[in-house]
Design a protein around this ligand. Sequence first.
Ligand code: HEM
Length: 400
Amino acid sequence: MAENFPIPRTCPFAPPPAYERMREQAPLVRTKLPGGDVWLVTRHAEARQVLSGTGISTNPATPGHPSGAMSAEPSTSERDAFMEEFAVGHFIDLDPPEHGRFRRLLIPEFTVRRMRELRPAIQRIADELIDDMIAKGPEAELVEAFGLALPSLVICRLLGVPYADREFFQSRTRVMISSADDQETRHAAAMEIRGFLDALVTKREADPADDLLGRLLGTEALSHDEIVGVMFLLLVAGHETTANMIPLAALTLMRHPAQLAALRADPGLWPVAVDELLRYLSVVDWVAFDRVATEDQEIGGQFVRKGEGIFVLGASANRDERAFERPDEFDIGRSARHHVAFGYGVHQCLGQNLARAELEIALRTLFERLPGLRVTVADDDVPVKHESPIFGLKALPVAW
Ligand code: HEM
């Protein structure tokens, strides 16, 4: 039995040390939460089995789902109403076949070819942000100036948010995902963004363009509210994840100067390096991987009953020595593409091609344009989100 889940990280570059002990012990370990016991999946093979298996649900409305188990408090009617409003179109929480209705419509928007077309726009955004840093330099705080800003501007572009509204959109998004603000403030920001997206969809229904939103409207397969929900999901799923990865990946590379030098000498190494960064840093751990068994089954030799909740520990699976040699070493020479940083199975990250393009362009441009980039505080003084469900840095002061 594991105690005190979730277990905070103690090092920015490694999962909690307890994960290794649990992984050695068994592929599934029971843990006690205030609202009931759940299974933790510790190994790579079993993680993939749970994420791609039948007889497993991701829908928070399925009896036994662990989403409420973190708190002993019964849910309040305000919270239920908030969740209900945001459930429409939030297909990450739907099971097949309903999930497929959304996913099929969105897949053509995130193909490798579509992302190749988007690359010049991402490059422009990266260059403009660095121009701005240079103009205000030679010092900056990288999380705010680059990490948060780049994915936000990319999503604005993807969703068709007009230039004039980007400032508002970015500032509200920042509050919504901030760990400094309380739940009420974050919920209020989420409501404002949803209101904004609702108005945007209404406007574009009357005047559609040839972009993601226009094409979704053109299919007539989704209701107005479902499209608003899909837009909101793309914003939430695509922002905080990428925003946490960029500064943490930059710091990781600065701590491995020989590998950074190899990337500078041969930019063709970036795609493989990005997957290794995703594996090694695993910013999404258990938070997206909440599931419940909908039938009795055996997973990794463990009998799991219908109605039992499951958290897949993505950060543990990505350090499983059964799947990766020398898993605790950061090595851009390895092929890490089978990591589960983007999940696995029907819910595997829809935006993974976009995320890879963003990370590659952001990091390559940063190190090319600021060759003298360095961290200006001592290693132990880099503030880290040890307690946050999506892992990252609170700030990264740099100079060049
Ligand atoms: C480094 C960046 C990213 C990471 C680490 C990441 C991680 C993940 C993970 C682990 C899942 C699976 C959740 C589950 O199994 O329940 C997921 C799903 C998803 N992601 Fe990402 N993601 C990233 C970037 C993005 C971007 C840029 C977008 C789009 C703008 C995006 C859109 C989505 C969507 C829509 C889903 C739900 C897919 C479905 O349920 O069919 N993600 N992501």
